[in-house]
Design a protein around this ligand. Structure first.
Ligand code: NDP
Length: 228
């Protein structure tokens, strides 16, 4: 049985990952900003392998409190899922710089902060894996326009994960950014290609299959390598 920690587990892909890891018999530390408002997550509360934890991924104190709480536990899988778009105004004509900074806080700095805080727990696991929900929108190889805040924050987290993969290689920690597909959630919208169930099923399969040979590479929910 794996111990799996998921950020942003109250809705969207994070909630579905929580459901599917539980269904696969794994223990899930489901983290979200406001557990008392996490209605769908709390519906799973009779699952003996589920625990729900308050976590704002941008707040040092919140991350430190969680790490302190789980300190004696080993962590097999960290899923950095929490993410934001970075506001509605992301064009060269009209940019919300505050929202851009927020996107970096949540999408780029927070996944690093989680790895740093939970490293002692990851080091205790037999097959530790860090999976960060990135996006093909951050790929430098795809020509694209608009969404500067979102794209740049995901491109940056890809680099952060590539560097961490090398740095944590000696600890046997596998580190991969992943593209979950275009998914029907609050972020992806109603016309997206995939259901959260389909995306999460692929991600769970991928996470289960990860080996050191996967580390430091960018993957899709289907287990295909994505160009940087
Ligand atoms: P949603 O918008 O449905 O959910 C985002 C989640 O992130 C929510 O649980 C939200 O919590 C949480 N979150 C945001 N800020 C914080 C914070 N400061 N601390 C803790 N949690 C926070 O997004 P998706 O489920 O669609 O996306 C999940 C991940 O997949 C994201 O990283 C996204 O960028 C990525 N992705 C999604 C795609 C899609 O098509 N949907 C495509 C490519 C990548 P709260 O409810 O409190 O706001």
């Amino acid at each position: 049985m794996d111990n799996v920690l998921i950020t942003g587990a109250n809705r969207g892909i994070g909630l579905e990952l929580t459901r599917q890891f539980l269904a696969a018999g794994q223990r899930v530390f489901a983290c979200c900003r406001t557990p008392e408002a996490a209605v769908e997550l709390k519906l799973l509360n009779d699952e003996p392998l589920l625990s729900i934890h308050a976590l704002d991924v941008t707040a040092d104190a919140s991350v430190a409190a969680l790490a302190g709480l789980l300190g004696a536990t080993h962590l097999d899988v960290l899923v950095n899922n929490a993410g934001i778009m970075g506001g509605d105004r992301q064009s060269v004509d009209d940019m919300d710089y505050g929202a851009w900074r927020d996107a970096f806080e949540v999408n780029t700095l927070a996944p690093f902060r989680l790895v740093a805080a939970l490293l002692p727990m990851l080091r205790q696991a037999e097959r530790p894996r860090v999976v960060t929900l990135s996006s093909q929108m951050g790929s430098l190889n795809r020509k694209s326009t608009g969404a500067h805040a979102y794209r740049s924050s995901k491109a940056a987290v890809n680099k952060v994960m590539q560097v961490l993969a090398l740095e944590l290689e000696a600890d046997g920690i596998v580190v991969c950014p992943v593209h979950p597909g275009w998914v029907r959630t609050a972020m992806g919208g109603a016309t997206a290609e995939l259901s959260a169930e389909e995306s999460a099923a692929g991600l769970v399969r991928l996470i289960d299959s990860l080996t050191p040979a996967h580390s430091g590479r960018f993957w899709t929910w289907e287990g295909k390598e994505h160009p940087w």
